[in-house]
Design a binder for this molecule. Structure first.
Ligand SMILES: *[C@@H]1O[C@H](CO)[C@@H](O)[C@H](O)[C@H]1NC(C)=O
Ligand SMILES: *[C@@H]1O[C@H](CO)[C@@H](O)[C@H](O)[C@H]1NC(C)=O
Ligand SMILES: *[C@@H]1O[C@H](CO)[C@@H](O)[C@H](O)[C@H]1NC(C)=O
Ligand SMILES: *[C@@H]1O[C@H](CO)[C@@H](O)[C@H](O)[C@H]1NC(C)=O
Length: 327
């Protein structure tokens, strides 16, 4: 513990965190940069984030993936111990998902990273594995570290893991080089060429530490137009609508009302220029199109949320300085 303290005293804030010790156990202190919502655990040789909200195995996989990490597996004794430590505090469940799964081929268990189950020192819970009802293809870990096979559609909390590597965070506070800081707005943007529906787009931006873009000014609309210029139709293979991108506008289930995903009216947010004829005055038409998109020319339109389109994420260029690592 003392070496940890000397290595991570950066400012008073961190010093206090370290001194309280319990947060150390919960979060780790060695703040090498990855993301603000991940903590570095020297003994696990990487960063971890506990997702307390239970999810199906597939959604857990996807959440970790979107965050640039993997669903954690107790592959080594040290990682195992850290996973046990972190999950022990969960009140809402008796187990967490691991990344160990047989979703490709029944009975052939691997970690996400591809380590076969035979290479992992597993202790099974009593009566496990039982492939109950021939429906169990995912492994969950009880708080005492023993494993059980479970139905992948069951919901459990989970841990995402990023193995220690040399990471370079950019001016946007992320290792994702697709985010670029725009000096005109002071915000960071990423144009997603691979199309998703509005819901998936929201989740992707959120996982990346950002949000579906919110246009706050004419200047920002021009930034969006410039993003489009760098992303012509030709760079997006496939047949889908490429001239509209999902952004952070929604009717919040209140037909005819248009707000940003941060709850402001478009007018209050600073930009409400719609394409001619949008939003439709017809509430029935709007009912089917409650999600917001932006055209190549920077004008807004409402659309069906299920339509897959490119989308634009925005991110505050948050610094990771509270957890800056000093040697
Ligand atoms: C994880 O911990 C449990 C309980 O302490 C132990 O039985 C199991 O073998 C450990 N797994 C690994 C990979 O060390
Ligand atoms: C596997 O885990 C058990 C229980 O934690 C431990 O006693 C044993 O030494 C471990 N075996 C290997 C090969 O790591
Ligand atoms: C670990 O927890 C499981 C589930 O609560 C329980 O069935 C099992 O007996 C426990 N094993 C040990 C070694 O405590
Ligand atoms: C978006 O796609 C996801 C995954 O396929 C699906 O579960 C969701 O219902 C879709 N959303 C809409 C609004 O259609």
């Amino acid at each position: 513990m003392s070496t940890l303290i000397s290595r991570s005293v950066v400012n008073m804030k961190v010093f206090i965190i370290v001194n309280l010790c319990l947060p150390y156990l919960l979060h780790g202190t060695d703040g090498r940069k990855f993301r603000n919502d991940y903590y570095y655990y020297p003994e696990a040789a990487g960063w971890l984030k506990l997702h307390e909200v239970p999810a199906t195995w597939n959604n857990a996989w996807l959440k970790c993936f979107r965050e640039g990490a993997v669903l954690a597996s107790p592959e080594t004794e040290n990682l195992n111990n850290t996973m046990k430590l972190l999950s022990a505090n969960l009140q809402n469940s008796f187990a967490i998902y691991t990344g160990i799964h047989a979703t490709f081929s029944k009975g052939d268990y691997y970690t996400i990273e591809g380590t076969p189950l035979s290479k992992i020192n597993v202790t099974w819970a009593p009566g496990e594995p039982d492939n109950f009802g021939d429906k169990e293809n995912c492994l969950a870990m009880y708080h005492n570290g023993t494993l059980a096979d479970v139905d992948c559609n069951g919901i459990f909390p989970f841990l995402c893991y990023k193995k220690k590597t040399k990471l370079i965070t950019n001016a946007c506070g992320t290792i994702d080089t697709d985010y670029a800081l725009n000096v005109k707005t002071g915000s960071c943007y990423k144009f997603h060429r691979f199309p998703q529906n509005w819901t998936q787009a929201f989740a992707a931006c959120s996982g990346e530490g950002g949000y579906l873009a919110i246009i706050n000014s004419n200047v920002e609309a021009s930034v969006i137009r410039e993003l489009y210029v760098s992303n012509p139709d030709s760079v997006m293979p496939g047949s889908f609508e490429k001239s509209m991108a999902h952004i952070g506008v929604s009717d919040w289930g209140r037909r005819g009302l248009w707000l940003t995903i941060h709850g402001e009216t478009l007018n209050a947010a600073g930009y409400d220029k719609w394409v001619n004829g949008y939003p439709s005055a017809d509430t029935t038409a709007n009912m089917n199109r409650p999600c917001g998109t932006v055209f190549r020319d920077g004008l807004l339109a409402n659309t069906k949320c299920g339509m897959v389109r490119p989308f634009i994420c925005e991110k505050t260029p948050d610094s990771l300085e509270d957890y800056e690592y000093y040697e």
